[in-house]
Design a protein around this ligand. Structure first.
Ligand code: ATP
Ligand code: MG
Length: 564
């Protein structure tokens, strides 16, 4: 039995290892069972890393199984995006790609078996009556008047339900368990319902009878030989039904369901219904909008799969409800990019600087390291000339002493280049600063910064050589740490959308070494953060970058503001 030393031993891992050690199982089999009714999000990543991770570490297998029993909400775009995202996260299901709909025929046969054993019946109560009969948490339910139908009648009706003889909502197949059970899930739960007129993405128009999740899931697990069926805590109360189904039909094995808590992350939402609403109502620009907590959004934003896996390992797996801070995820992303991202210079809000004592038409090629700590990443050439852009924010006409950038009459070092002094500020008719006139000291190239007392170091690009670019800055999608709680306050979660979550800076200038940067390439723009080339909108003539994450953690400040 092998186990990677880094994988933390969560309680599920301990159970599984114990089952292997005791010989209860010779090998383990898990599955990741998404419903193809939306894109995967960071919560799913937790489940993927757990299921695929444990299988990988313990030489087991993990199936990808689409839980596709709700055809009216599902579609093939989701089926495809889910496969892409799981693969991108670094996992491989080999030839074990399954659909619950693969088992429709078998599920039907098991339902017939239940009817024959007197453990399921066709019920004609409508939805409203069913609700009334179900009882409450404190009161037992009442038995359906159809509960004692004969096996023959049930078999006949069930066959005719499948044949399409009855309209939607007129009849269901129910398990015959216990209307007085304190667990409402055991009060004769519905196993099958009629749905006409939906075209299923896998089975087309073949079926008008669809099995419920609670019935489908245990049987699918058993048919695939799953040993440990890992799911989130809301299914804890469904476990007795999971076990009941497996006990009462002749499936080949008895998987064990184990629950763990869902991941929730602050300042975002994780329910697919809500994410769908954000996309459909145009609050974001699609499922892969870099502000979305989806895997596709994070990929486009520039998060590496390693960072997401690292995050999932760090948060661990427990049964305690958890709300994780966004800063934890961002720290994982930052740690990774700090190591791997080549450095470059980009000016987000350009202000032109003319260096008057630099020769007209002159230029030189300076060299800069691609990474301050990692020499193996090499160096690059950066052209310097008489006119450069600096960031507007790096200049003040007058500023407090702690302003470590350029001021009128003051000096600053241009990163990897010379020290300049600001001699004159040029303004337009509206009193807007349009240009700075500066002079440089030719003796300061590469000089030890300590030799010369300047207030700071700023980044820049040569006007003549720079490439125009668009840079998109993202902020949290919501202004409230738990927008999901909005309902309790009588508001909609969309009331808490952050109106300032996207800033598009369209007149940026980046250093010429970035020409040819391909979608997904990532950089640290010095002093600005980590950025990646957008996978959709960037073209060679006009690069578009997404800010992946800022250089430092900005969440503490946001939290403080929220508390105020
Ligand atoms: P939603 O309730 O938003 O529709 P879901 O749980 O129904 O989400 P599924 O596609 O059924 O989504 O989820 C597939 C698997 O991922 C399930 O095993 C589920 O428990 C797990 N999962 C979903 N959301 C989370 C989460 N936030 N944290 C951990 N696991 C999750
Ligand atoms: Mg689900």
């Amino acid at each position: 039995m092998s186990s990677t030393p880094t994988a933390p031993k969560n309680f599920i891992r301990q159970i599984i290892e114990a089952d292997l050690a005791s010989g209860k199982h010779r090998g383990i089999a898990t599955r990741f069972p998404p419903e193809p009714n939306g894109y995967l999000h960071i919560g799913h990543a937790k489940s993927i890393v757990l299921n695929f991770g444990v299988a990988k570490d313990l030489a087991g297998t993990c199936n990808l199984r689409f839980d596709d029993t709700n055809p009216h909400k599902e579609n093939i775009e989701y089926v495809e995006s889910i496969q892409e995202d799981v693969r991108w996260l670094g996992y491989d299901w080999g030839d074990r790609l399954y659909f619950a709909s693969d088992y429709f025929e078998k599920l039907y046969a098991y339902a017939v078996e239940l009817i024959e054993k007197g453990r399921a019946f066709v019920c004609d109560l409508d939805a409203e009556q069913m609700r009334q009969f179900r009882g409450t948490l404190t009161e037992p339910g009442k038995e359906s008047p159809f509960r004692d139908r004969s096996v023959e009648e049930n078999l006949d009706l069930f066959k005719r339900m499948r044949a399409g003889e009855f309209p939607d909502g007129t009849r269901v197949l129910r398990a015959k368990i216990d209307m007085a059970s304190p667990n409402i899930n055991l009060r004769d739960p519905v196993l099958y319902r009629i749905r006409h007129g939906v075209i299923h993405h896998q089975t087309g128009a073949e079926w008008c009878l669809y099995p419920m999740y609670d019935y489908t899931h245990p049987i699918s697990d058993a048919l695939e030989g799953i040993t440990h069926s890992l799911c989130t805590l809301e299914f804890e109360d469904h476990r007795p039904l999971y076990d009941w189904v497996l006990q009462n039909v002749s499936v080949p094995c008895r998987p064990r369901q184990i629950e763990f808590s869902r991941l929730n992350v602050q300042y975002t939402v994780m329910s697919k219904r809500k994410l769908t609403q954000l996309v459909e109502e145009g609050y974001v620009r699609g499922w892969d909008d870099p502000r979305m907590p989806t895997i596709a959004g994070m990929r486009r934003r520039g998060y590496a799969p390693e960072s997401i896996r690292d995050f999932c390992e760090r948060i661990g797996v427990t049964k305690a409800d958890n709300m994780v801070e966004m800063s934890l995820l961002e720290n994982c992303v930052r740690d990774d990019l700090n190591r791997r991202a080549p450095r470059a210079m980009a000016v987000l809000r350009p202000l032109k600087v003319v260096i008057e004592n630099y020769p007209e038409g002159g230029e030189e090629r300076l060299r800069a390291p691609n990474h301050p700590q990692d020499e193996s990443m090499g160096t690059r050439e950066i052209p310097f000339a008489r006119e450069v852009y600096i960031d507007r924010d790096d200049f003040r006409e007058q500023a407090p002493r702690k302003f470590k950038r350029l001021i009128t009459g003051g000096e600053v070092r241009l990163r990897n280049a010379y020290v300049i002094r600001c001699d004159e500020v040029i303004k337009d008719g509206q009193d807007e600063i349009v240009e700075l006139r500066c002079s440089y000291d030719p003796e300061t190239l590469g000089a030890n910064p300590a030799d010369r007392k300047v207030s700071g170091v700023i980044h820049w690009v040569s006007v003549k050589h720079a490439l125009p670019a668009e840079i998109r800055l993202y902020d949290r999608l919501f202004t409230h740490p738990t927008p999901d709680a909005a309902r309790e306050e009588g508001r909609s979660f969309t009331d808490y959308l952050n109106a300032d979550s996207l800033h598009e800076l369209t007149r940026c200038q980046v250093e010429p070494s970035l020409a040819g940067a391909a979608p997904g390439d990532f950089f640290q723009f010095e002093r600005e953060g980590y950025f990646c080339v957008d996978g959709k909108d960037s073209v060679a003539e006009r690069l578009v970058f997404n800010r992946t994450v800022t250089l430092r953690d900005t969440w503490a400040k946001i939290e403080q503001e929220h508390r105020r």
